[in-house]
Design a protein around this ligand. Structure first.
Ligand code: ATP
Ligand code: MG
Length: 567
């Protein structure tokens, strides 16, 4: 392709709302153009990269035995009502009506649609297992669309769903998908970690996320320095913790603690390690049909509440803050809350680390008072892991130190079981002619997000540095001075020869200054540039690698082979 014929509107202007380098460079390099909040057009360069990524995804999935289909983007609401998600999904789900007043949604994910497809077409166990996927548009009315392609409202996702006649076979496929995803992200040149993820209400350890390591990532992941363990902070676990400081031994008593409301103040007041204090966090848990409940989460003062774990602990749809009024109504007193002697209307959840805890100090549920000498041995209640793993905590598997790192979620695989097949009555007949719900797995990749993730990990202060399999072109030929006929003719010759060998070449044949064209090369980030300039008088051309901008003079003899060896 020739730059003179391509639409590549590069610009020096940084978009106002862009903070991430991938967002800035994708706009400045003419890959994408914004249309509205979280909505983007793909221009020719962006479309080429998108297709590259899509092909890698497709090749690996097809090799693993998956079959590509394409489902409707507009989805009847009835399927969502059957699965129960029409109510549950919240405002991310865009609902609308057609002219006959029928309800529809724009698919944010396609479990219902795919289950429906299989329900219509598979009757017998003989057709199983089956792994169907599509690479298609999704729409989520995200509360904060931002960071360009990273969190769009309309975006391209690969979503796959597998159907099995047993849990064991689903687990086999899950493992195969994990391996397949690793191949995909490795081919795309990404440094990533496979981490354990929050499985929401479904629970279990059947969910893994693929995180591209990048400082700009929105997800915090805990990783072990010594073993392979990694988990999203929402799901991370650690070895039991101890405290090196002696406990504050005391008899059970109420203690006057005026204006001592925070863990820090309390720790100072009693000269006690926060490990021996009980921190209480009150929240309102929201359920279906507008039902809500006040929950008190209690954990050691040294720990932090992990909201996703907390939400799962009470099977809620969401946890929200209590207003001052609601807090007062519930009978709780901010700063003096404790697990003992709570009103019946309040649900209590204790962190696992408090089980059988002794020599503790907690709020007395009375203004200005705390309880000391609290012994929870035998204290009955709902104990759950609701605390956040902290840096320096020990790995449950090997005892190594855990640390935080940031990641961009580019893939998520999930053992679903019969979560959708049961409510949607999607069944097959087993060997004995008995109807059974399909056992399912689901597997997603953020295909358009990958463009952003690749650039977050591969860029410098000048622009994009595409990896080999994601690059829009393998090579860019830059004619230093287009007025020089010899240079132009040679460039044309090499361009044609390389193209005939199947190399994807971009020829910058514009009559712009060399420096200007070089800047565009650096911004666009094609992996290599071949510069045809004055050196040709000595029989040489210059090959510049975009990564590190290292250059090498190449002899013109057998130039096509020489270049191809280096791509
Ligand atoms: P996130 O936590 O980032 O919102 P999610 O858990 O909602 O992601 P899934 O429902 O698992 O995501 O979707 C599968 C994949 O689709 C994700 O791993 C991610 O790569 C991608 N994805 C999700 N939401 C968006 C979005 N708004 N824009 C672009 N890609 C997205
Ligand atoms: Mg999301």
């Amino acid at each position: 392709m020739r730059v003179t014929q391509l639409l590549i509107p590069t610009t020096k202007e940084t978009p106002n709302d862009a903070t991430l380098m991938s967002h800035i460079y994708l706009i400045r390099g003419g890959f994408i153009g914004g249309v509205g909040s979280g909505l983007y057009n793909f221009l020719p360069l962006g479309k080429r990269v998108l297709d590259k990524i899509r092909n890698v995804v497709k090749e690996e999935l097809d090799r693993a035995g998956c079959q590509e289909v394409s489902l409707g983007f507009v989805t009847p609401a009835s399927l969502w009502q059957e699965s129960g998600r029409y109510e549950k999904y919240g405002k991310e789900l865009l609902r609308f009506k057609d002219r006959k007043n029928n309800d529809f949604v724009l698919g944010p994910t396609h479990e219902e649609m795919m289950v429906n497809l299989v329900k219509q077409s598979v009757k017998s166990y003989k057709a199983l297992p089956l792994n169907l996927y599509q690479i298609n548009l999704k729409f989520r009315d995200e509360i904060r669309p931002r960071f360009g392609l990273m969190r769009g409202r309309e975006f391209l996702m690969k979503d796959g769903y597998s159907f099995h006649s047993s849990e064991a076979d689903m687990k086999r496929e899950f493992a195969l998908m994990e391996e397949t995803y690793k191949k995909i992200f490795t081919r795309l040149g990404l440094e990533f970690r496979v981490v354990e993820a929050d499985s929401g209400a479904i629970g279990g350890s059947g969910s893994k996320e693929f995180m591209v390591l990048a400082q700009s990532g929105e997800d915090t992941i805990a990783v072990c320095d010594e073993c392979e363990y990694g988990a999203n902070i929402e799901a991370a676990v650690r070895a039991p913790k101890k405290c090196g400081v002696a406990p504050p031994e005391a008899d059970f008593a109420k203690f006057y603690t005026p204006e001592t409301t925070t863990i820090e103040e309390l720790s100072r007041f009693f000269k006690v390690d926060p490990f021996y204090l009980i921190k209480c966090v009150a929240k309102k848990a929201l359920y279906d049909d507008g039902v809500s409940k006040v929950v008190l989460f209690a954990l050691r003062g040294s720990e932090m509440l992990q909201e996703v774990k907390a939400c799962n602990a009470v099977d809620a749809n969401e946890l929200v803050e209590l207003s001052e009024e609601e807090l007062a109504q519930s009978g709780l007193i901010a700063g003096f809350m404790g697990p003992i002697g709570l009103p019946d209307s309040i649900k209590l959840v204790l962190d696992e680390m408090l089980r059988d805890g002794n020599h503790l100090i907690c709020g007395a549920n009375e203004r200005e008072y705390h309880q000391i000498g609290v012994d929870l041995s035998g204290f009955e209640g709902l104990y759950k892991d609701i605390a956040s793993v902290q840096e320096g905590d020990s790995c449950l598997h090997c005892g190594g130190a855990l640390r935080y790192t940031k990641g961009i979620e580019v893939g998520h695989i999930f053992q679903l079981g019969t979560r959708y097949s049961e409510p949607l009555k999607a069944e097959y007949l087993d060997e004995n002619g008995k109807a059974k719900p399909f056992v399912m797995g689901t597997y997603g990749i953020g295909v358009s997000r990958l463009l952003a993730a690749i650039i977050e990990q591969h860029h410098d202060e000048k622009g994009c540095i595409w990896t080999k399999e994601s690059a829009p072109f393998a090579l860019e030929i830059i004619v230093s001075n287009t007025k020089d006929e010899q240079q132009s003719a040679l460039a044309e010759e090499i361009y044609t020869a390389l193209r005939s060998k199947g190399v994807e070449v971009l020829l910058d044949d514009r009559s712009e200054r060399f420096g200007f064209k070089m800047k565009d090369f650096e911004l666009i980030g094609v992996p290599s540039a071949l510069i045809i300039g004055k050196n040709i008088e000595e029989g040489k051309v210059e090959l510049v690698k975009r990564d590190g901008l290292v250059s090498e003079l190449l002899d013109l003899s057998n130039i096509v082979e020489r270049v191809m060896e280096r791509l």
